[in-house]
Design a protein around this ligand. Structure first.
Ligand SMILES: Cc1cc2nc3c(=O)[nH]c(=O)nc-3n(C[C@H](O)[C@H](O)[C@H](O)COP(=O)(O)OP(=O)(O)OC[C@H]3O[C@@H](n4cnc5c(N)ncnc54)[C@H](O)[C@@H]3O)c2cc1C
Length: 282
């Protein structure tokens, strides 16, 4: 079936169009939405492109880094302030799709599509990121952990737009990494893990761990974090973290993997992430 296409140049116009055309959808890169429309899972009467909105298309770097939701992922990946401060986020983008996909796909789309396997979500969780949302009623800020509600479900209200992703830089000396395993190139991960550690000498004073594709939403592994915090990250801690992480997730069996393999893989990725971060300060 045909659909209308609109390319507003102001946020106000985009919000008005969404209010006027019931069932319309915003589109950024279209790398999720067009696939879903082709499969028939969405049949919107109109698409409202977010590409012409300046507020969504730039990266601002003050004390806080503000990434416009419609900035192509390839631009986020190569931005020096992002690369220097948020290596796990850049690592997740580097493995997302292909160069062609990253040239059009956006972080706003990755979050709003709300796949449990969305690659940018675990890094955003360990960095404590939040999102700025706007509708006709005004602007609000929501943490990424509160934004993701379930597969395809987010905190977005009807017609609301995700404007930007907001990141506070981690403390000096913080190390972070993103690891993932997929079946083949250009596929969603079977499991992914992001890890961040702050150090005081050899002791890790703060640990954040997050996993993707192994629960209805990407999630923090809080019990594992608690167990690892205050240690010196030896191999014994890595093994214990692996076992605990496996018990914190609720994977499913689907076409990409069995539940058991996802659980095993998550533990392996947590252990490897810890070994990697420990080796960086050794
Ligand atoms: C070949 C291929 C490989 C892929 N590989 C990966 C992968 O490895 N890892 C991965 O995580 N994903 C992957 N994807 C999925 C997809 O590329 C990403 O999720 C991408 O980030 C989506 O961004 P987009 O701008 O294209 O979103 P779109 O398709 O434009 O939008 C997705 C959804 O979000 C809504 N939306 C978009 N922006 C906003 C906004 N600012 N405010 C409100 N709603 C909004 C849209 O209405 C739509 O419902 C792949 C896709 C393809 C086709």
């Amino acid at each position: 079936m045909g659909y209308g296409y609109h390319r507003p140049s102001t946020l106000e116009e985009a919000l008005r169009l969404a209010g006027d055309i019931s069932g319309s959808r915003y589109v950024a890169g279209g790398t999720d939405l067009f696939v879903q429309m082709k499969k028939g899972s969405h049949d919107p009467p109109a698409l409202i492109s977010l590409r012409g909105l300046n507020e969504l298309g730039r990266i601002e770097t003050g004390r806080r880094v503000r990434i416009g939701s419609a900035v192509p992922l390839s631009e986020v990946q190569t931005h020096p302030a992002v690369a220097n401060r948020f290596p796990a986020l850049v690592g997740s983008i580097a493995t997302l799709g292909s160069r062609q996909i990253r040239n059009v796909a956006t972080m706003g789309g990755n979050l709003c599509n709300a796949s449990p396997a969305a690659d940018t979500a675990p890094p955003l969780l360990i960095y404590g990121a939040s999102v700025e949302l706007r509708d006709a009623g005004g602007v609000r800020e929501v943490s990424v952990v509160d934004f993701l509600h379930g597969p395809g479900q987010t905190a977005l209200r009807p017609g609301e737009i995700l404007i930007a992703i907001l990141l506070d830089p981690p403390a000096e000396g913080t190390r972070s990494v993103f690891l993932r395993k997929g079946r083949v190139a250009m596929d969603l991960p079977i499991a992914s893990v992001a890890a961040l550690v702050e150090w005081d000498g050899a002791v890790c004073t703060s640990v954040r761990l997050a996993a993707g594709a192994v629960a209805p939403v990407p999630l923090r592994l809080e019990r594992t974090e608690e167990m690892v915090e205050g240690t010196t990250l030896g191999s014994e801690i890595g093994r214990q973290a692996r076992e605990l992480a496996e018990s914190e997730i609720s994977p499913i069996t689907d076409l990409r993997s069995t539940e058991d393999y996802r659980r095993h893989l998550t533990g392996v990725l947590v252990e490897r992430a810890i070994a990697h971060l420990a080796s960086e300060v050794a």
